[in-house]
Design a protein around this ligand. Structure first.
Ligand SMILES: [Zn+2]
Ligand SMILES: [Zn+2]
Length: 295
């Protein structure tokens, strides 16, 4: 009997935020107070300077703030959200699986998140396939990173690679904000029980979020052998073209559709491995669900 694990099948509120952003405490161009103002309407925000935990202080209107650190060896970067303060004792950013795994484990054991950052930034800091497989127990990878250009800061290929290898890995969207103009390019929409750090982290661990670059979902349901995707609807959106792709194991295209639709239905076979959806709205604004695992 086929079972679809649907992480969106729950009550909650949708919250918008990004976990990966820099300030003048590392190589960001703007101080913390300016970054707070730029993201004043976000529900949550993480500050992740390179190799240091920047402490939140001063006035802000953002509901929920996260401390984070970007572990920044010369080879790969790893984003740790809600790390323990003891992480920096004896800290080294040296890239070895043992060192990165130790830091990742410490963060996950603290209730935080471990995310492999910009896996395809091949001109500088990227993740090799074998290293992504050698790492264990991390929560996900950045599938959209807003810092660079789409040719190298998009990593859907590596996501499908890990998912097809049997990993339960979530996809994240973050700005990796450094300088004015990079804000609000990519974010996460989280279906959380309430607007608290704990509820957001719990929802993320369960995969109850999707990545947005400007579009979204009103809901994702499983009913009578079908997955029903309610695309974000409004009088304006309903007049616009969408392009939808459903993707399964090994990156197989399961379904493709275009039109001014508000809903997409997919009758599953049970052999997909996982099913994830990518939706683009006219203008290129996207929404990317987590995989629904087929069991
Ligand atoms: Zn980085
Ligand atoms: Zn960064």
């Amino acid at each position: 009997m086929t079972h679809i694990h649907n992480p969106y099948d729950k009550q909650g509120i949708w919250l918008r935020g990004s976990f990966h952003n820099h300030t003048t405490c590392s190589d960001g161009h703007h101080p913390l107070s300016t970054v707070y103002r730029m993201y004043h309407d976000y529900d949550f925000l993480g500050i992740s300077d390179h190799d240091r935990i920047t402490v939140h202080e001063g006035e802000h209107t953002i509901g929920t703030l996260f401390e984070a650190v970007e572990v920044s060896s010369s080879q790969t970067h790893m984003l740790l959200v809600h790390p323990p303060s003891t992480l920096m004792e004896g800290y080294s950013n040296e890239f070895s699986i043992a060192n990165y795994q130790r830091l990742s484990d410490a963060c996950v054991e603290n209730g935080g998140l471990s995310i492999l950052a910009h896996p395809n930034r091949f001109f500088s800091h990227y993740w090799r396939h074998e290293d992504m497989l050698s790492m264990q127990r991390y929560n996900g990878i950045e599938v959209v990173n807003g810092d660079g250009n789409p040719e190298y800061d998009i990593a859907f290929d590596k996501w499908d690679y890990l998912l097809s290898a049997g990993r339960k890995i979530w996809g994240f969207g973050n700005d990796d904000f450094h300088v004015y103009g990079q804000e609000k390019r990519a974010w996460n929409m989280v279906l959380a029980k309430e607007k608290t750090n704990e509820a957001i982290l719990a929802a993320i661990r369960e995969g109850s979020f999707y990545v947005s670059t400007g579009y979204g979902f009103d809901g994702i349901r499983v009913e009578e052998g079908q997955i029903i995707y309610d695309l974000r609807s409004s009088p304006l959106y309903d007049k616009m073209y969408k392009y939808v792709t459903l993707i399964g194991k090994e990156g197989r295209i399961l379904h493709e559709e275009t039109g001014r639709m508000k809903q997409v239905k997919y009758a599953y076979d049970g052999d997909e491995g996982y099913i994830r959806i990518a939706v683009y709205l006219e203008g290129g604004f996207g929404a990317f669900s987590q995989p629904l695992f087929v069991e």
